[in-house]
Write a protein that binds this ligand. Sequence first.
Ligand code: ZN
Length: 270
Amino acid sequence: MILCHILGAGGATPLPGHSPAAYHMEVDGDPILLDPGPGALVRLVAAGRAPGGVDDVAHLLLSHLHPDHCLDLVTILFAAHSPLPACTDPLLITGPPGLRYLLERFTGIWGSSLEPRRRELQVREVVAGEAFDLPGGGRVEGFAVDHPQDRMAEVCLGYRFLDGEGRSLVYSGDTGPCPGLTRAAAGCDLLVVECSTTDELATPGHMTPTGVGELCAAAAPGRVALTHQYPPAAELDLRPLVGRHTEIPVIQARDGTVLSVPAPEGEPTP
Ligand SMILES: [Zn+2]
């Protein structure tokens, strides 16, 4: 089973109900904090997903290194440096090439105050096409997407999450339409895809309702959930715009939207 609790359905310019990126994933019970953008730890705790605070953060997974997807690394590492947390389990950070560079730069500013006090920090860089297994039997596969990014990394990733039964949730990260995303999303049970902007304000490296609709027509996921909505996209009902191109259920996420694979009785719900 795969759960995706959307803690941030917005982008870098937040609106009420659309905070910067943050997703609490569970794949066969293994928790992953995906794309910890600004405020991710606060929202994780407020959502009741981490009653033990930072002690409940075991695995951080980054799609790319733009601040709206990774800035709370600093918050989380500083919290883990505090004398208060008791957890002694390793803290794993997985992300694209450039992750180590980013962490070195953070450490260059804040020094040892970003070293977890009781936990071993494990850093793993993955490249497109690389997969890793989760302790509970799930699996995560990285794939390259099309998103311009200066300096920090050569590649931005999306991820395909698979549970032990072979069910799949595909997360686009930030991307424009690209063949790699279509291939990764093909036949998945649930596609969680960015829909940053409107057709009228189409921006390279990002998706629009028409782009998402055409992607769904080509890849035929079971359901699609729209996330990473900037204004004005976040203020519109995007579902009929996507629905012009596809008949699958369309969910327009807000902060707090919970998605699951398989879908619970009664889905789709906006
Ligand atoms: Zn972004």
